[in-house]
Design a protein around this ligand. Structure first.
Ligand SMILES: Nc1ncnc2c1ncn2[C@@H]1O[C@H](COP(=O)(O)OP(=O)(O)OC[C@H]2O[C@@H]([n+]3cccc(C(=O)O)c3)[C@H](O)[C@@H]2O)[C@@H](O)[C@H]1O
Ligand SMILES: Nc1ncnc2c1ncn2[C@@H]1O[C@H](COP(=O)(O)OP(=O)(O)OP(=O)(O)O)[C@@H](O)[C@H]1O
Ligand SMILES: NC(=O)CC[C@H](N)C(=O)O
Length: 694
């Protein structure tokens, strides 16, 4: 048996936080060493942080990464352990996204990424070039600061693997795993036994299965050991990198780390038997023929044993079941961890949420409650960083006991019900009941005097007084009166966020949370610059349907029973007067259901369908529920409202990215925002097709 101990990790890196990033890299290496590992892989671009974006264009970012690597090589961290560290490297004047393999204070190999991630949220080709020479290496002249530390002047740079005295090891980087001709296939055919993948991969609801299937199939098909490392946390943007470092052997997972967690450093270790790889491949005759025929990978020979002397006494890890979270748990955990990172890194002393008692703001409140539960659990378990963060943000003295989740919520979470004459007793009481269950400091105030002042101002300027529709006003008046209330709520929220800590004798400021969901954004069913305009929004990428199932789940699992009542109530804005024969509801106002919006959203973004193609698709899919003319009217109505309101997406509050059908205009769903909202060419075609189908 050749048993080796391998370590992969999830690190909570922060773009450009070179000191913090290096400290977490070192910490992961020392944990790996302590636990007997002979090889440690870390996340993609872990020294500068994956999310540096256009900072990668600055020479500083590459230079500081080298300085961090020099620091690492100067100490004893890399003694007797092969480390594979992610950083940018400029070779021949071209910048590459690289893995740097180091051992015993020397560099073994620099391996550039071959296939860059460039879809959805990723724009790697803007900053890096893909290495074009498969299975080729060149000499890389090291910068003087590194030469001074390692004594090496040149090291191999390119698409190669490492040949140890007793094992072989290669790597691919993140996106390469997702490509049809993934490098791990060629490496496996060249006999490489251990293949690692240092990633920067973000969370999206229900996405983990795709990643795990790829990891399992990589070694299920070719045999071998696959080690996946990932960043975890918010590194300064809308994405949450979702860790889940794991190790697979011959198609089965033998060790899996957490997908969501507060801890900054998690090291996942497994003992693996490399002879099991030889055994697997040796019995796979058709693979052997392909292996024998192919060009071999260039191997860098390293006089080091990957299997330690005591290897026979180490028991290889057995296969385990993969842990998947339900989508409801993903909503409770991912955005909560993202909010915690954002809060502790922003310098703010808490969050303020305008809590209407409706589904969206209540979901946001529950996520903040979940954040408090996670942070206090991490602190109580002894995580030193969590303890320090909790004490600092909540302003708790060194000698005072750590708070429980509800106590923490009381210190850092301010909710406010901003009632008007159009608010109902039901939403008001749900708002305060939920705040009490979470532990938030709650304010219950009325905004009528401020609304009346704005209307009075308008009347004094124009001698006209707008009326609601139910009182005989026009649509314009009706909308304007709603928008005054909505916008005043936003202004008052920022006032309270700035001053409430002062009122409570505390320092700092609160960040305002927004709670517009992805469907409202898509349809534009929101007032521009109302409470949808906040500092950050944890649910802006989550659909109404998913939020409702989250509320049902969270009522019980997070221990906030009022959420069940919230879920049962029909969504309403409460911006128009309630009458015996009239209550405003979202779906009636929008002229479409949230379920239909979810369908349009997915077809528009994920299936990439324009109006005519969407009509054709729905003509088929909805043939049992509506006539061609009705379907045509629905599709046209959606595109009309979507295009009228697209400008609202340009000013959308930054929100957690959770869905592939997000309409977020700044980073993800890039579109014009001045449309011809009549879509004359497309709508005429839809009408012709509907007529023909009738
Ligand atoms: N093409 C364009 N490019 C850039 N900006 C453009 C624009 N067209 C309008 N605008 C601007 O946008 C404004 C219109 O947008 P906006 O002021 O939002 O107003 P608007 O979209 O007309 O009305 C707000 C919508 O939100 C709905 N709503 C319902 C329930 C609750 C809430 C809530 O938020 O609580 C909202 C309400 O029923 C209505 O459909 C214009 O007055 C103009 O300033
Ligand atoms: N009475 C209120 N008190 C406090 N905040 C409110 C109130 N009404 C609305 N808001 C805030 O304005 C946001 C947008 O209001 P809107 O009526 O569109 O609700 P929504 O997006 O359907 O959310 P919810 O389901 O939370 O009511 C809400 O998410 C909430 O943060
Ligand atoms: N950094 C990367 O290469 C990430 C790309 C990959 N498609 C992912 O989402 O995981």
């Amino acid at each position: 048996m050749r048993v080796t101990c391998l370590a992969t990790c999830a690190l909570n890196q922060w773009a450009l936080d070179f000191e913090g990033n290096l400290a977490r890299v070192k910490s992961s290496i020392s944990i790996a060493k302590r636990r007997g590992a002979r090889y440690r892989v870390g996340p993609e671009l872990e020294l500068p942080g994956y999310g540096c974006e256009d900072h990668f264009l600055e020479l500083d970012t590459t230079e500081h990464s080298w300085e961090c690597l020099a620091d690492l090589l100067n100490g004893d961290e890399t003694d007797e352990i092969v480390c594979d560290v992610g950083m940018p490297v400029i070779h021949g004047g071209v910048r590459y996204n690289c893995r740097v393999f180091v051992l015993n204070r020397k560099i073994l190999l620099i391996r550039p990424k071959l296939c860059l991630a460039n879809d959805g949220n990723y724009r790697e080709t803007r900053w890096f070039t893909a290495w074009q020479h498969q299975k080729k290496i060149e000499d890389h002249q090291l910068p003087p600061a590194i030469v001074a530390v390692t004594g090496q002047s040149c090291v191999p740079f390119g698409d190669a693997a490492l040949e140890f005295l007793d094992a072989s090891l290669g790597s691919e980087t993140c996106e390469e795993l997702f490509t049809p001709a993934a490098p791990h296939i060629q490496m496996a055919l060249s006999g490489v036994e251990v293949i690692s993948n240092g990633s920067g991969s973000h969370h999206q609801l229900r996405k983990l299965n795709t990643r795990m299937d790829l990891i399992r199939s990589a070694t299920g098909k070719c045999g071998g050991v696959y080690m996946y490392a990932n960043q975890r946390g918010c590194d300064g943007g809308r994405l949450y990198y979702d860790g889940c470092a794991c190790i697979a052997v011959n198609g089965e997972i033998v060790a899996q780390g957490e997908q969501f967690a507060i801890q900054e450093v998690e090291v996942v270790i497994a003992n693996v038997d490399l002879d099991a790889v030889v055994g697997f491949r040796g019995a796979f005759q058709s693979m052997a023929v392909q292996a024998s025929a192919g060009d071999k990978y260039p191997m860098i020979h390293v006089p080091f044993r990957l299997c330690p002397n005591d290897n026979v006494s180490r028991i290889p890890h057995s296969p385990c079941d993969i842990r998947y979270h339900s989508p409801q748990e993903e909503i409770a955990l991912g955005p909560a961890c993202w909010l915690w990172d954002y809060l502790r890194r922003s310098g703010a002393s808490g969050y303020l949420l305008p809590l209407s008692g409706g589904a969206d703001s209540s979901s946001t409140a529950a996520i903040v409650g979940s954040m408090c539960q996670l942070a206090t659990a991490a602190a109580v378990s002894g995580d030193e960083v969590a303890v320090a963060d909790v004490r600092r943000i909540a302003q708790i003295d060194e000698n005072d006991p750590l708070p429980c989740a509800k106590e923490l919520a009381h210190l850092l979470f301010q909710t406010v019900y901003l009632g008007s004459e159009n608010s109902s007793a039901a939403t008001r009481s749900r708002s305060s009941a939920l705040a009490a269950e979470i532990g938030a400091s709650h304010l219950d105030v009325r905004i009528d005097t401020v609304v009346a002042a704005v209307v009075a101002f308008f009347t004094s300027v124009t001698q006209k007084t707008p009326k609601f529709r139910v009182d005989g006003g026009s649509n314009v008046e009706n909308l304007a009166l709603q928008n005054i209330q909505a916008r005043i709520r936003m202004v008052l929220s920022f006032v309270l966020a700035q001053l409430m800590p002062w009122v409570r004798g505390r320092s700092g400021f609160l960040l305002v949370l927004g709670s517009a969901n992805v469907d409202e954004g898509l349809r534009g069913y929101m007032t521009k610059y109302d409470c949808s305009s906040a500092d950050i929004n944890p649910i802006g990428g989550i659909s109404k349907g998913d939020l409702r199932s989250f509320l049902r789940w969270a009522a019980d699992r997070l221990g906030y029973p009022t959420l069940a009542e919230v879920e049962e109530a029909p969504p309403t804005a409460e911006l128009e007067p309630i009458r015996d024969d009239y209550v405003q509801t979202d779906e009636e106002d929008m002229g479409m259901t949230y379920e239909e919006l979810g369908v349009y959203g997915r077809l528009r973004k994920i299936s990439r369908l324009g109006p005519v193609e969407m009509f054709k698709r729905l003509l088929h899919e909805w043939r049992d529920r509506a006539s061609p003319t009705e379907i045509a009217a629905k599709v046209k109505s959606f595109f009309y409202h979507y295009s009228c309101n697209r400008h609202k997406m340009t000013t959308l509050t930054p929100s957690y990215h959770a869905e592939n059908y997000s309409p977020e205009d700044n980073r993800f769903d890039l579109r014009p925002f001045l449309y011809n909202v009549r879509w004359p060419f497309q709508f005429r075609k839809i009408d012709q097709l509907a007529g023909a189908a009738e």
